[in-house]
Design a protein around this ligand. Structure first.
Ligand code: PLI
Length: 466
């Protein structure tokens, strides 16, 4: 036998019990939550694949780090440990901690974007675009066309289209583009990576025009794993070396530590420019907290410093992405339409194809996430028209080409058996798709509506008919 499997590079020391509910319980809970999986109580959820954000299991070493939290208001030792770790692992000069990723996005957007500016990026992300818009910026999508095609098998579907970028620079002028937001990986495209070659080319083009490049490094280590696996010349390089090279093509990053960094809360803004960092340190005290804690407890910063080192271990990342791939392969073999290639942090169901009888105005992805919960207690997340929101100028719904449901895998939390149970539910639901009823909105908040909007079935009282 030649084949040798990998297994998780850890064993389980503590367990959290899960509550098993009946279908009737779940129908009631779904209706009470307005068919929005964000409004479910977690106690009513069996397998929680809502997000990989802040849901990871910390290691014993991270928990040990929590015990050496230095909770001084100013100059906590844990800040200096975190700063040193980020400097070494990511290579940026200045580190400004924030309570989570959007805290960093807020500061960066406010400091760099002027009213009427355009901010290109490889596909939008919800909070990122909102912060750009709140300060008068306009997001411009410069991702390659294939990223919008769930069936395209390109290995680096997150790449920036350099022609689109060049055209944009020509159209609006480089002085109206404060920076390019480079997402690694691209969440809304299905966790698709960018290649090192693309990062290098984007950086060269932007530098030529004096445009800065800031990376959304939230899942950059996952991106590096794909570079190692798929890009020529990187197979023998460590994740650490690849990460340093990737970051070197950028001027700084925003980071939600709640993903790659294996913590339940935390983030940072990292910058190379001294003046910009100075301004950011000035601003962080207004919105987050002193520049040596940025809204975090000392223990949170310590756990993040330890988590960053763990995230760069090859065995960790192979098991993390391997688990996502395992679930994706089960679904693919079960003829469920999913985004290909399988991404880094989750498997994305192609809801438009899954539910061809539900028109986009009835939110197929929102509907599918609700029906999946009713079927088995698996909680997923809508990543389609509801997440895309409305055009701030016209008020019209954005209807993105990708109408997806994300089965997001928390790191080090679930076993392969949980993936089996999830796949069985999705495959069975696919067989029963004609029993699924579309939704309409009954309440819509102004910003980031996917978090709090409420829905009801367009006919009858059930999203999944008996
Ligand atoms: O949730 P925050 O504020 O720590 O981070 C915001 C954020 C920024 N960039 C990217 C690529 C994200 O994925 C991200 C948050 N993502 C969430 C919450 C998710 O469920 O994907």
């Amino acid at each position: 036998m030649n084949k040798r499997s990998w297994a998780e590079p850890y064993k389980i020391k503590m367990v959290e019990h899960l509550r098993v509910t009946t279908k009737a319980d779940r129908e009631k809970a779904a209706a009470e939550a307005g068919y929005n999986t964000f409004l479910l109580k977690s106690d009513d959820v069996y397998i929680d694949l809502l997000t990989d954000s802040g849901t990871s299991a910390m290691s014993d070493r991270q928990w040990a780090g929590m015990m050496i939290g230095d909770e001084a208001y100013a100059g906590s030792q844990n800040f200096y440990h975190l700063e040193q770790t980020i400097r070494e692992c990511y290579g940026y000069k200045h580190v400004i901690p924030t309570h989570q990723g959007r805290g960093a996005e807020h500061i960066l957007s406010k400091l760099c974007i002027k009213d009427g500016d355009t901010v290109p990026g490889n596909m939008y992300f919800t909070t990122t675009r909102l912060h750009q818009e709140l300060v008068g910026g306009q997001f411009a999508d410069v991702i390659i066309d294939q990223a919008h095609d769930p069936d395209s098998e390109l290995p680096f579907k997150g790449n920036v289209d350099l022609n689109k970028l060049a055209r944009l620079i020509e159209q609006v002028g480089p002085q109206r583009i404060p920076y390019l937001a480079l997402h690694a990986t691209v969440n809304m495209a299905g966790g698709q990576p960018i290649s090192m070659a693309n990062a290098r080319d984007v950086s060269a083009m932007c530098r030529k025009f004096g445009i800065k490049v800031f990376m959304d490094a939230t899942r950059a280590v996952e991106n590096c794993y794909f570079i190692k696996k798929r890009e020529a010349g990187y197979a023998d390089r460590s994740l650490q070396e690849i990460l340093r090279e990737l970051c070197a093509y950028t001027d700084g990053c925003t980071m939600s530590g709640k993903k790659d960094c294996l913590v339940n809360i935390g983030g940072f803004l990292a910058l190379n420019d001294d003046d910009l960092a100075d301004a950011a340190r000035n601003m962080v005290v207004v919105y987050e907290g002193l520049h040596t804690y940025g809204g975090l407890a000392g223990r949170d910063m310590e756990a993040m410093a330890v988590g960053i080192r763990e995230s760069l271990q090859f065995d960790h990342m192979r098991a993390r992405i391997g688990q996502v791939e395992y679930l994706g392969e089960l679904l693919r073999k079960g003829d469920v339409p999913i985004v290909r290639p399988i991404g880094g942090h989750g498997v994305f169901l192609n809801a438009a194809r899954f539910l061809p009888h539900i028109p986009c105005e009835q939110f197929p992805a929102q509907t599918l996430a609700a029906a999946l919960y009713v079927d088995s207690g698996v909680r997923a997340m809508e990543r389609g028209a509801v997440s895309a929101g409305r055009d701030p100028k016209t008020g019209k719904n954005h209807f993105p080409e990708l109408e997806l449901v994300r089965l997001t895998i928390p790191r080090r939390v679930y076993t392969q058996a949980h993936m089996d149970v999830t796949a069985e539910s999705v495959i069975e639901l696919h067989g029963n798709r004609d029993k699924i009823v579309g939704l309409r909105i009954t309440y819509e908040p102004k910003h980031l509506r996917f978090f709090q909007a409420r829905f009801e079935p367009v006919e009858g009282s059930k999203v999944l008919r008996d």
